[in-house]
Structure formats: C-alpha cells, structure tokens
Design a protein. Structure first.
Length: 134
C-alpha cells in the first residue's frame, strides 16, 4: 500500500508506551536537509481523539469522523461533551450545520460553530453540543 504525506494531512501521534494515549494533528511544513533527511512539523490539536460516525440528516448521509473532546475523550450515555473539535471528510458542511455524532453507546447532537481548517480531504470544525443527547 502506498502512503502519501503532504501539508494538510491529518495524522495520529502516539504518546508513551504501547496502549498510551494518542493525539490528532496536521502536517504543517516539510524541510529537506542535507543528505536527504526530511523534517516535518505537526500541529497537535487540543483534545483526545475518538472515532465516531456522523449523521447529516438534511443530506441523509453518514460519514466517518474524529471527535476531539476537550474533557477526557469519553463519549458515553449521560456524558456532557460540551465543546471541542470535529474532524470529518471534506463533505462541504458549513458553520451552523447540525450533525448527530454516534458511537456504539451514545448519540449526541452537535452544532458546527466555526470552521478551523479545510482542505481537499478534510474539514475541521469547532462544535457545541446541543440538547439532543440520547
């Protein structure tokens, strides 16, 4: 399998030993040094990443996504996720859109409040949890 890394590519970076926590970031720059060494910089986004499924009701579509919870990364029934960031494929959603975020054990309505990043591959939004938690 081929792998292409370019500016704007989202990446997961592990911390500590096996089973440690992960951070989500984005490649920001590349620099080729002498003797063919390649350096690159990754901006780490705040919050703990959690894989989720996004349901966009007005389009009747389902997308994979990554929730960056500012609290502890948990998303379980009864949790208040408040605010954080949501990374999704470039499906061209806009600020103000409401989506349902689902895991195996929770459904939470969120409103996209600010677009932080956009590329041909991804969109990163700030979100605020709504009242529609089940």
């Amino acid at each position: 399998a081929e792998f292409h890394l370019r500016v704007g590519t989202p990446v997961l970076a592990g911390r500590g030993a096996v089973g440690g926590s992960w951070d989500l970031g984005m490649v920001r720059w590349f620099r080729i040094r002498s003797r063919g060494l390649l350096n690159f910089g990754i901006q780490i986004f705040p919050g703990r990443p959690r894989a989720v499924t996004l349901f966009v009701s007005e389009r009747r579509r389902v997308y994979p996504g990554v929730l960056l919870c500012v609290a502890n990364g948990a998303l379980e029934k009864g949790d208040a996720i408040g605010e954080g960031c949501l990374l999704l494929p470039a499906v061209r959603l806009e600020v103000g859109a409401e989506v349902e975020v689902r895991t195996e054990d929770a459904r939470i309505a969120v409103k996209l409040t600010a677009k932080l990043e956009e590329s041909g591959d991804i969109q990163l939004f700030r979100y605020r949890a709504g009242d529609g938690q089940r």
